[in-house]
Design a binder for this molecule. Sequence first.
Ligand SMILES: Nc1nc2c(ncn2[C@@H]2O[C@H](COP(=O)(O)OP(=O)(O)OP(=O)(O)O)[C@@H](O)[C@H]2O)c(=O)[nH]1
Ligand SMILES: [Mg+2]
Length: 416
Amino acid sequence: MSFFKRLKDKFSGSSEEPKQQEELEQLESDGQPQEDSEVAEQVEQKEKKKPKKLKEADFDEDGLISIEDFEEIEAQQLGAKFRAGLEKSRENFQAQLNNLIARYRKVDEDFFEALEEMLITADVGFNTVMQLVEELRDEAKRRNITETEDLREVIVEKIVEIYHQDDEHSEVMNLEDGRLNVILMVGVNGVGKTTTIGKLAHRYQAEGKKVMLAAGDTFRAGAIEQLKVWGERVGVEVTSQSEGSDPAAVMYDAINAAKSKGVDILICDTAGRLQNKSNLMNELEKVKRVIGRAVPDAPHEVLLCLDATTGQNALSQAKSFKEVTNVTGIVLTKLDGTAKGGIVLAIRNELHIPVKYVGLGEKLDDLQPFNPESYVYGLFADMIEQNVEVSEDGDSELTSDQLNTGSVEGRSDEPK
Ligand SMILES: Nc1nc2c(ncn2[C@@H]2O[C@H](COP(=O)(O)OP(=O)(O)OP(=O)(O)O)[C@@H](O)[C@H]2O)c(=O)[nH]1
Ligand SMILES: [Mg+2]
């Protein structure tokens, strides 16, 4: 099965299935505030592909669906989320790639140079681009690919491959049952730390975990109140002290409270700090030390929030934070707000820190665990769907328009 077809089947439903999803839409709309109905309507209109319908036959006599069906539906919902959240990046990536393929029909050095330029402009990061394009050159030679059109699917496949290369790091959160798990959220001002904490609390709570929040940003006016609002919204307890108090003391209190209440996951907010302000960075070290003394091996996760719209600057932030604290994962927020979604690849390849979650919007369920396949599906969904459809219809069905826009190849179902 071709790579594109596998992605399409996984994230938008098997092509053999009728694509309807009233029940799923109902499930998805639960918990989504109505004020977003206008946005939801626009997104819905743009989403031409609908996940698989929950058919009667999918339910057993107890009214339950099988694990396979559940996983299938989950993957499709994830696909739809990434598709909606990466819309800006997708428009940019697909248009640019189609242009390149139409402009350079033959695979040659000019094409590769133009591709390098396109990827660098999309924030993929210089070193990553060089590695990616070098591998594409080799692959084109190895497979004897001479038409750029035939390279389309290989390019997308390589993006996933290059992400998987660094297998030492996992996207999976280091959370264990039967212990107090402590997550420390760090990052510069305004990147989305507090919002992410709210979204994470919502997610873990829905998974049945007992969650507590610690208001460790005692620096910015209104920060404690902001976290309390999130706590109320999600329905989790927030431990706080007054503004200006020592954040390490807040963490210490919060850990004691969490221990006595049998909390599973304590998520600690911190003040947004500039990576060049050494006193703030030192304070972060102290916070981490205090947490480590109160709970062995804690914090179990130090999540660095990076704002995807800041592009390459996010990389320099990450480097500075890595120097003072052991960052275990990245939360890349506001991916929905940028057309340069390539930053994910740069972070992974140049920093060797896994991206654990991505922010795909401002709603509670817009924080999604990162996964390279759902990411490339979000980045190239229309191209993937179109190529698979064309491949299924057969060559005789191709329109001259499809041929001209270079949207038809890389579609073979033959094993590669
Ligand atoms: N579109 C979009 N907006 C987001 C996302 N995550 C956070 N935001 C917005 O980013 C803004 C800042 O979020 P905060 O959570 O207050 O950021 P912070 O890092 O805690 O900020 P400080 O406490 O001031 O350092 C808010 O308006 C959020 O709604 C996202 O994934 N997508
Ligand atoms: Mg904050």
